[in-house]
Write a protein that binds this ligand. Structure first.
Ligand code: HEM
Length: 507
């Protein structure tokens, strides 16, 4: 009797998985066969391949299809978008059907980050995004520039001081830089990241996104399994960092808002602050709306989480690319010299705008090392995709299904970017209008496209120009002959063993 029971349990499990694994066959959509539980993600879940590389492999295997039916972890059917037309449908033209990002964060455990537009869903997303967009207009980015310039000076002092050892881990160097920029331009604080090894920004925040033994678990929870997240009580924003941030921002707000009230009653002049927090407050006042302190703390967590990691990895990967591509580096150095000469050697916002080759190298770096190797969108309103192949039928994407935009696969597609492995910044000067839509996704696309990209580029370019106006960059001795390895487990793209560089004083 017991044997019969066990056998029927096994049989039911087998039938269930066989039925689940035949989803795409039943719907007449082509794609790779999936395995029970792991779907097509075996090499990801075993820590051997980044999820972006898994999607790239599948993308390359079906060159003739506009989209592919795949199985994510736990056998979950999902659509991998392939043609640029399909990507455009989902990210831009029919955005209202695919509004939400896939990122499983529990609002009760992670209340601070629920204001983050990258995480927020539905109407809350729209409200939060609308509050942030005015902070990043060209004028506002220009107004932030004195903060950036000031941190550039600290960066240079730090590099000059450490030239004796002359072996820098680029990601670490530029994380310090971008954290200091955010501390100053967003909160009006001195982050002390270069001068104080025990500064809160250095000890609490700097390593949040670095590869660690839990990176794979974090990625699985964030992208695949809220149930697992609940089980292990996962938090996206570590509790101690959230508490620390909450307390410093509430302090800043009390100082500013309470002071303003007192000053208003005494009719004294207001103190001028010029940072993101102040602009958030002013925008609320202009609209005659109350300033909600909790929301401002939420936005401050967004500045921190979205603002430092993406830019610092862009800077680190860019310097790595210059180091292994000396001809392209020379073009950057020449342009920096030429432009700065016109500005009496002074780094300023206007000078950066004239460095078009430098900008092209940033885009080319983002093409090769996009911070997000795939963007995942939830279908929020069912949507009809055209037939996938001749003789096939259209497919209704059901609400809740995940649609994958395989950023890395698109960026490395030789039909879009000839010779995709090589670093050719010229592609972003001459040819950019000749490419199909949605073929550069370093900042995403459509209504959810990165609102902070302009600021991110400005801070990245300024730091790079500061360093390269004095030094050229090279692969550090300890990393010679060792190819760069990308960590297979992290949510954001990161180098497994760091990016080791050295500088040489320019003649
Ligand atoms: C070079 C630097 C940066 C890169 C490469 C970058 C890249 C991205 C990407 C790929 C997305 C996803 C877009 C999508 O889903 O279509 C994104 C979203 C976002 N980024 Fe950035 N980012 C950068 C800098 C920044 C900065 C400095 C901030 C703010 C301080 C910021 C704030 C955001 C926010 C709030 C979102 C969510 C937007 C939404 O879903 O509506 N980013 N970014």
């Amino acid at each position: 009797m017991l044997m019969l029971l066990i056998a029927s349990v096994f049989l039911s499990i087998f039938v269930y998985f066989a039925w689940k694994g035949s989803y795409w066959q039943r719907h007449g959509v082509r794609g790779p066969r999936g395995w029970p539980l792991v779907g097509n993600m075996w090499s990801f879940i075993t820590g051997r391949q980044h999820y972006g590389d898994v999607y790239q492999q599948i993308y390359n295997a079906y060159p003739e299809l506009p989209y592919i039916g795949i199985y994510r972890l736990f056998g979950e059917p999902a659509i991998l978008l392939r043609s640029s037309e399909m990507i455009k449908e989902v990210m831009i033209r029919n955005f209202q059907h695919f509004q939400d990002n896939v990122l499983w964060v529990n609002p009760e455990r992670d209340p601070v980050v629920t204001c983050n537009p990258f995480i927020a869903k539905g109407e809350k997303w729209r409200t939060m995004r609308n509050e942030l967009v005015p902070i990043f207009t060209p004028n506002k980015v220009k107004s932030s520039f004195p903060h950036i310039e000031n941190v550039c000076r600290k960066l240079m002092a730090h590099v000059n001081e450490n030239m004796k050892t002359n072996c820098f881990e680029a990601k670490d160097l530029f994380s310090k830089y971008t954290l200091d920029v955010i501390a100053s331009s967003a909160y009006g604080l001195d982050g002390q990241t270069f001068t104080n090894t025990n500064s809160d920004f250095t000890t609490l925040v700097e390593h949040i996104f670095m590869p660690n033994p839990y990176s794979l678990l974090d990625s699985v929870v964030l992208l695949f399994s809220p149930t697992l997240g609940n089980l292990i009580k996962y938090t996206y924003f570590p509790k101690n960092v959230a508490n620390w941030l909450h307390s410093i921002i509430m302090n800043i707000l009390s100082l500013r808002l309470d002071k303003e009230e007192k000053e208003e009653t005494k009719c004294l002049e207001k103190i001028e602050h010029s940072d993101f927090i102040q602009w958030l407050i002013e925008n609320k006042r202009k609209q005659n709306e109350p300033v909600d302190k909790a929301t401002i703390v939420g936005h401050c967590s967004t500045f921190l989480l979205e603002g430092f990691e993406t830019s610092s990895s862009l800077m680190a990967f860019a310097l790595y690319q210059y180091a292994i591509n000396p001809l392209e580096q020379q073009k950057v150095l020449n342009e920096i010299d030429e432009v700065l000469k016109r500005y009496d050697g002074k780094l300023c916002y206007e000078a950066l705008q004239e460095m078009s080759y430098l900008e092209a190298t940033m885009y080319e770096t983002l093409r090769l090392h996009a911070p997000m190797m795939a963007l995942l969108k939830h279908c929020t309103k069912s949507f009809e995709l055209p037939a996938q192949h001749r003789g096939g039928q259209s497919f209704w994407v059901p609400e809740g299904m995940v649609c994958i935009v395989p950023v890395k696969a698109v960026h490395y597609d030789p039909d879009i970017y000839a010779n995709p492995l090589s670093f050719q910044p010229e592609r972003f000067m001459d040819d950019k209008d000749k490419r199909p839509p949605c073929s550069f996704l370093g900042f995403g696309e459509g209504p959810r496209m990165c609102p902070g990209g302009r600021f991110g580029l400005a801070q990245s370019k300024a730091g790079i120009v500061s360093v390269l106006s004095k030094y050229s960059v090279h692969v550090a001795d300890k990393a010679q002959g060792k190819p760069l390895k990308i960590a297979p487990t992290t949510f954001l793209t990161a180098a497994e063993n760091g990016i080791w560089i050295k500088f040489k004083e320019r003649a």
